[in-house]
Design a binder for this molecule. Structure first.
Ligand code: IPM
Ligand code: MN
Length: 352
């Protein structure tokens, strides 16, 4: 297969980790007889520096003309503590999600047995946990009307959801659960929020179409507790944008390191694959960041964008082996036994 991949490394550690994912993609292509062509685009702070826009039209054109987007991270500390800043790197990520219509963000939480002791939770709670968080990505408070009133002393963000937005993400979640252990948990705050009551109403309307799926409803505050109290309870969890943002950071620490969590964003146009960690500016350029989340995102790219399951598996197997053999960066290694970002990438490519 010929694959056109938009390469958007972004800021901070983005370029370093994306480079390792590219090595893995190239190794898979060589092994299975595919070709990957990359086209580079600016996004985030580096795009503001070059174009004054965190998601320039040039980059959008590249994404629209590609079969998949491989994304690193966006963010720069110079914007974080300046609430008056009009343009921010994160707007680039929101713009790409909106303009590509990426309404579903799939964040798998899988544990590697050899890493379970890195988790802050007890081994017996974590070992074998395996679930999929499905986060709605183009609605809710992130995109609803927002602003200031009263000379700036009053601020508001609107948690707006339309029926079609809720229906399409729930449909995806029901179908996804059908291919797994057939257990769907709909997370909301229906005891307080009107938007949550719409979500719950629509989920209940849809339930009869999926008679083999066991559905339960959980308030988000309770879900945040159950995720660490009993992570093995979950199979597929679906929720709105803001709740999903928060719960997936929480879920990422179950596995032992945030540096392991990959994601796929899918919807109307080109799908996008990115690690869930951010730009980690303190580590940028030091060759110490964990590239596994981005490499695993490349595995998701083969599976979701191209339907190439064996190719995805080849990456997963090499990643699992690298962890088993301790070929890992400092967040996962013991004292003094850390490998560099590029050494991990090279090892994985060689073992694909
Ligand atoms: C994420 C990130 C983004 C979000 C930020 C960088 C805008 O935290 O992908 O989870 O809030 O969605
Ligand atoms: Mn987040």
């Amino acid at each position: 297969m010929k694959m056109k991949i938009a390469k958007l490394p972004g800021d901070g550690i983005g370029p370093e980790v994306v480079e390792q994912a590219v090595k893995a993609v190239d190794a898979v292509c060589k092994k299975f007889g595919h070709t990957a062509e990359y086209e580079f685009g600016y996004v985030g702070a580096c795009a503001i520096d070059n174009y004054g826009n965190p998601y320039p039209e040039e980059t959008h054109k590249i994404c629209m003309a590609s079969d998949a987007v491989l994304f690193g991270a966006v963010g720069d500390p110079k914007y974080d503590n300046d609430p008056t800043s009009k343009v921010r790197p994160e707007q680039g990520l929101l713009a790409i999600r909106k303009q590509l219509g990426l309404y579903a963000n799939l964040r798998p939480v899988e544990t590697f047995s050899s890493l379970v002791d890195k988790s802050p939770l007890k081994r017996e709670l974590v070992d074998g946990a395996d679930f999929m968080c499905i986060r709605e990505l183009t609605g809710g408070m992130y995109f609803g009307e927002k602003g200031r009133r009263d000379n700036g002393d009053t601020a508001f963000d609107t948690n707006l959801y339309h029926r079609f937005e809720v229906e399409r993400i729930l449909k995806l979640a029901f179908e996804y659960a059908g291919r797994r252990r057939k257990h769907l948990t709909v997370v909301d705050k229906a005891n307080v929020l009107e938007s949550s009551r719409l979500w719950r109403q629509i989920a209940q309307e849809m339930e009869p179409q999926y008679p083999d799926i066991k559905v339960d409803y959980m308030f988000v505050d309770n879900a945040s507790m159950q995720l660490i109290r009993c992570p093995k309870f979950f199979d597929v969890l679906v929720t709105e944008n803001t709740f999903g943002d928060i719960l997936t950071d929480e879920a990422s620490c179950i596995t032992g390191s945030m540096g392991l969590l990959a994601s796929a964003s899918v919807g109307e146009h080109t799908s996008l694959f990115e690690p869930i960690h951010g730009s980690y500016p303190q580590a940028a350029g030091k060759n110490i960041a964990n590239p596994l989340a981005t490499i695993l995102s490349a595995a998701m790219m083969f599976e979701y964008a191209f339907g190439l399951m064996d190719e995805g598996k080849a990456i997963r197997n090499a990643v699992a082996l690298s962890i088993e053999k301790g070929i890992v960066t400092e967040d996962l290694s013991g004292e003094g036994t850390a490998y560099s970002t590029s050494a991990v990438g090279d090892w994985i490519a060689a073992n694909i």
